[in-house]
Design a protein around this ligand. Structure first.
Ligand SMILES: *Cc1c(COP(=O)(O)O)cnc(C)c1O
Ligand SMILES: [Zn+2]
Length: 426
């Protein structure tokens, strides 16, 4: 399995190939590099049964990830998160077959643990001692947590206006946070220069081809959890566009290695008003993405004004017959509340963008009532409490007396005294 399982790196634009090294752009055309695999060989060795016997984490799919065979206790237990049948939300939206992939319950409470798990393992294989990233918020926590467990030094660069809760979270793992005056795109530019000067593993720069592969596990898991059947339609949020691009690659690979029958998955993608360069281009029928200079949205984890994979998202959404949506801050807060109240899942603003998108896609007829739909919930609501503070149901304030409680809420006890009720059978 190990020998020759990984093909190498290949330029997405001109097709030139490169060896497996910490590089991320083509020398000739500056196109992004992707990891390739020996699919015919994997077809011989991979089976549903061997995967099902694997660990309850993303490592059960390691032959389709660009790393050496993981050991029993390799990293945190990342991935294999719940796929929840969402009957209540489905009913509210008019969908018969809706599932929520709840990635808010990863070790650092976002899907970024997946990409980081792959990136840090690969960084180790390359012999790096320092792990770093440019983050919109969630990557910071994931990188800091993984570096702490691996005993690596960590430098985390973020825009100065990142949510306080995400900063405190990442700092707690002992990482060196660097708050940069500027937008995420400024942070990213600084990190690109640093990656040339320092021998550090920047997970979304020189490690990007490996890092981004981690997102494929969200396609693999959902398919296995649906009983090895592809969903009809998925909805996912877009920051750099890597997640959507790699979901598409992941669904394709499952077919290439014969784990599922040939089929197609419609992919719809969601952005937030105030930073929707990809959705704006898609909806205007353009393929060129016009960067947003000053992103302004409560969905800060998605606030990338100049998304590296934006163009590929447009092509994939078009090719698969999906669509794109834009959600306002009010839509996002309402959608967070709707998901929490119907399914008991509390998501951050990015998840609000996804659920709001799903709602719009049903209303416009893009998502059909009978389709098997999966919505990807990529981050935890505790990270962005301030987004729902004013819309969540308000508490009442009472004195510590029954009279005050009943008076305030207008309640009276049932006429049969509690003491007279039949005893519960143990
Ligand atoms: C990073 C992130 C995404 C998507 O990121 P891409 O750069 O498009 O892969 C989605 N949701 C959350 C919560 C994120 O932190
Ligand atoms: Zn190239």
């Amino acid at each position: 399995m190990e020998n020759g399982r990984l093909g190498g790196l290949q330029c997405r634009e001109c097709g030139r190939t490169y060896p497996i090294e910490p590089i991320h752009v083509c020398d000739f055309c500056f196109g992004p590099l992707d990891v390739t695999y020996d699919y015919p060989a994997l077809r011989q060795t991979l089976s549903r049964e061997t995967i099902e016997r694997g660990p309850l984490s993303l490592w059960r799919y390691w032959p389709l990830l660009p790393v050496e065979r993981p050991s029993e206790d390799d990293g945190h237990r990342v991935g294999f998160t719940p796929l929840q049948r969402a009957r209540n939300l489905g009913k509210a939206l008019g969908l018969k077959n809706l599932w929520i992939k709840n990635d808010s319950v990863n070790p650092s409470y976002s899907f970024k643990d997946r990409v980081v798990a792959v990136a840090i393992k690969k960084a180790r294989e390359f012999g790096f001692a320092t792990f770093a990233c440019a983050s919109t918020g969630n990557l910071a926590g994931a990188v800091a947590a993984a570096a702490a467990r691996e005993g690596m030094a960590a430098y985390v660069f973020l825009p100065g206006d990142t949510e306080e809760s995400k900063l405190v979270h990442a700092r707690s793992y002992g990482a060196q946070l660097v708050a940069v005056n500027g937008s995420y795109d400024d942070v990213n530019r600084l990190c690109s220069e640093l990656a040339d000067a320092y021998r550090w593993a920047f997970c979304n720069i020189n490690m990007r081809p490996y890092y981004s592969e981690g997102s494929k596990s969200l396609a693999f898991e959902v398919t296995e959890q649906l009983g090895w059947a592809l969903p009809d339609h998925v909805v996912a949020p877009v920051a750099s566009g890597s997640l959507v691009t790699k979901l598409h690659k992941g669904f394709g690979e499952l077919q290439k290695v014969g784990l599922v029958a040939e089929g197609s998955v419609r992919i719809s993608a969601a952005q937030a008003e105030g930073c929707a360069p990809v959705a704006e281009a898609f909806l205007a029928g353009r393929e060129a993405v016009r960067p947003v200079r000053q992103p302004d949205t409560i969905a800060k984890s998605l606030a990338i004004g100049n998304p590296a994979d934006g163009y590929y998202v447009i092509r994939i959404v078009k090719e698969t017959g999906g669509s794109m949506t834009i959600s306002s801050n009010e839509d996002i807060a309402a959608a967070i509340k709707l998901l929490a109240e119907t399914e008991g899942i509390f998501t951050e603003t990015a998840g609000g963008v996804t659920i709001s998108s799903l709602k719009q896609l049903v209303a416009s007829g893009v998502v059909q009532p009978d389709e098997r739909v999966v919505a990807y919930i990529t981050g935890n609501g505790l990270k962005t409490l301030e987004a729902v503070e004013s819309v969540a149901r308000q508490p009442v304030h009472v004195d510590a007396t029954i009279g005050s409680f009943e008076g305030t809420l207008g309640l009276t006890p049932p006429s049969t005294p509690v003491g007279a009720a039949p005893a519960l059978v143990e």
